[in-house]
Design a protein around this ligand. Structure first.
Ligand code: NDP
Ligand code: 2IT
Length: 445
């Protein structure tokens, strides 16, 4: 029996009911693979598509912890080990109240192709919890992280599965989890987690990597039109790790970032976002974005609303999935946006991507444009394995070269498969082919 794109998608819907985000991610990838399927019947014979949409392993577990009032709380933990053809499972942990299996599976599925595109030896995985770090004390976050790792530790390892951060998981959480892992195992296995602090095995430029990489990718996209960020007006959503460092790099490249946002609203700063103040408010004080507006003259704070109403040349969605819908895409296109590059994972809906395509707006999908974070995690693993630490400059240079390479690979692959300029097709096909060829080499496992 051979598998076709249609029948595999139907099977995914049937076997994974209610997991809308996972369906969406699978649909997009499968759609890009029609031409590949025609040219490579060997994939269908080995049922590569049916195998690649099925996680190798899914772990779900109870995470009990005690809050500051002495009350017992119970959250749910996840780790989906999706595909280890190219290397140990690799991908972040997300702590957010909206987390359920469908979110972790969409993220883990995307991660397979993203990690493949980096050219580094990393498989795909993702994990997290429906724990909400907002408003929790450091002590509560620590107790939660310790309980989470007390279960997770038995499933991970530098050659098995290497988690990192994502929404709600940054340096503080990685520290608590690494400390607990070290205590339980009595091993200083630096390579078991990435995103570590600089004194205990972390890599310079990992904090900046996703945002910097996304901006570099967008700059390459602008380059295909003979343009650059210089003098460009940029709208960024989100105010977390990815958004902050995307803004910093845009500024370095001569662009002006006029917005950032969070789940409560957005700011418009016509003088250009003050990244140092943003870091102080978000990273040091862990305050809301409204606090940024309160401390800076001439800044408009819009409660609720859509950041995509603000006109710009370049839009970088850096908050969360499906934050930019068809209506927002139409507004952006009407206002003359030239380039959209996804810093977040799947922030643009299927309808939004269609609008960009039809309007001739260049669109860089997350699995290509935000691959700088996991790529630099790969560089952190290299440094850990060789007990070395590189300079910021060397690490950033490697990151930049990986991002340019991904950009060029997307375009070359899109051209080869008959969809010139289509970064979505290019990223999906190039990411997929390496994994598929490796799965063929391994036989049916
Ligand atoms: P952070 O937790 O640092 O920041 C997340 C930001 O997005 C916050 O401003 C948050 O606002 C906002 N946000 C989160 N959920 C929602 C929501 N449901 N609605 C509106 N706003 C929301 O996360 P990161 O910056 O690390 O991650 C942002 C995106 O980038 C995610 O899609 C992540 O998967 C992706 N990504 C991250 C990488 C990394 O290395 N960190 C690598 C590649 C991709 P609020 O505080 O109000 O919740
Ligand atoms: O979505 C992502 O690529 C990440 N959250 C980073 C994963 C990693 O292992 O660094």
């Amino acid at each position: 029996m051979t598998s076709t794109v249609e029948s595999v998608y139907e099977e995914v819907l049937r076997r994974n009911p209610g997991e809308a985000e996972f369906h969406q991610a699978v649909k997009e990838v499968l759609h890009s693979l029609r031409e590949v399927e025609k040219r490579h019947p060997e994939y269908a014979d080995a049922r590569i598509l049916s195998r690649i949409v099925e996680p190798e392993r899914q772990i779900m577990f109870r995470v009990p912890w005690v809050d500051d009032k002495g009350q017992v709380q119970v959250n749910r933990g996840f780790r989906v080990e999706f595909n280890s053809a190219l290397g140990p499972y690799k991908g972040g942990l997300r702590f957010h109240p909206t987390v359920y299996l469908g979110i972790i599976k969409f993220l883990g599925f995307e991660q397979i192709f993203k990690n493949s595109l980096t050219g580094l030896a990393m498989g795909g995985g993702k994990g997290g919890s429906d724990f909400d770090p907002h408003g929790k004390s450091d002590a509560e976050v620590m107790r939660f992280c310790q309980s989470f790792m007390t279960e997770l530790y038995r499933h991970i390892g530098e050659n098995t599965d290497v988690p990192a951060g994502d929404i709600g998981v940054g340096g503080r959480e990685i520290g608590y989890m690494f400390g607990q892992y070290k205590r339980i195992t009595n091993r200083f296995d630096a390579g078991v987690l990435t995103g570590k602090g600089l004194d205990w095995g972390g890599s310079l430029a990992r904090t900046e990597a996703t945002g910097y990489g996304c901006t570099v990718f967008a700059n390459e996209m602008l380059g295909t039109k003979g343009e650059s960020f210089d003098g460009r007006r940029v709208v960024i959503s989100g105010a977390g790790n990815v958004a902050i460092y995307a803004a910093q790099k845009v500024e370095q490249l001569g662009g002006k970032v006029v917005t950032v946002s969070d789940s409560s609203g957005y700011v418009v700063d016509e003088n250009g976002i003050d990244v140092a103040l943003l870091q102080q408010v978000k990273e040091v004080e862990r305050a809301r974005l409204s606090e940024y507006a309160a401390r800076r003259d001439g800044v408009k704070y819009v409660q609720g609303g859509s950041v995509w109403d603000v006109n710009c040349d370049v839009a970088l969605p850096c908050a969360t999935q499906n934050e930019l819908d068809e209506a927002a895409a139409k507004t952006l296109a009407k206002n003359g946006v030239k380039v959209v590059a996804e810093g977040a994972n799947m922030p643009c809906t299927e309808g939004a991507v269609k609008v960009f395509r039809e309007a001739g707006v260049l669109f860089g999908p997350g699995k290509a444009a935000n691959a700088g974070g996991v790529a630099t995690s790969g560089l952190e693993m290299q440094q850990n394995a060789s007990r070395d630490s590189w300079t910021f400059e060397r690490t950033e240079e490697e990151l930049t070269s990986i991002m340019k390479n991904i950009h060029d690979t997307c375009l070359a692959t899109a051209e080869e498969y008959g969809t010139p300029g289509d970064y979505v097709a290019g990223a999906n096909i190039a990411g997929f082919k390496k994994v598929a060829d490796t799965m063929l080499a391994y036989g049916v496992v």
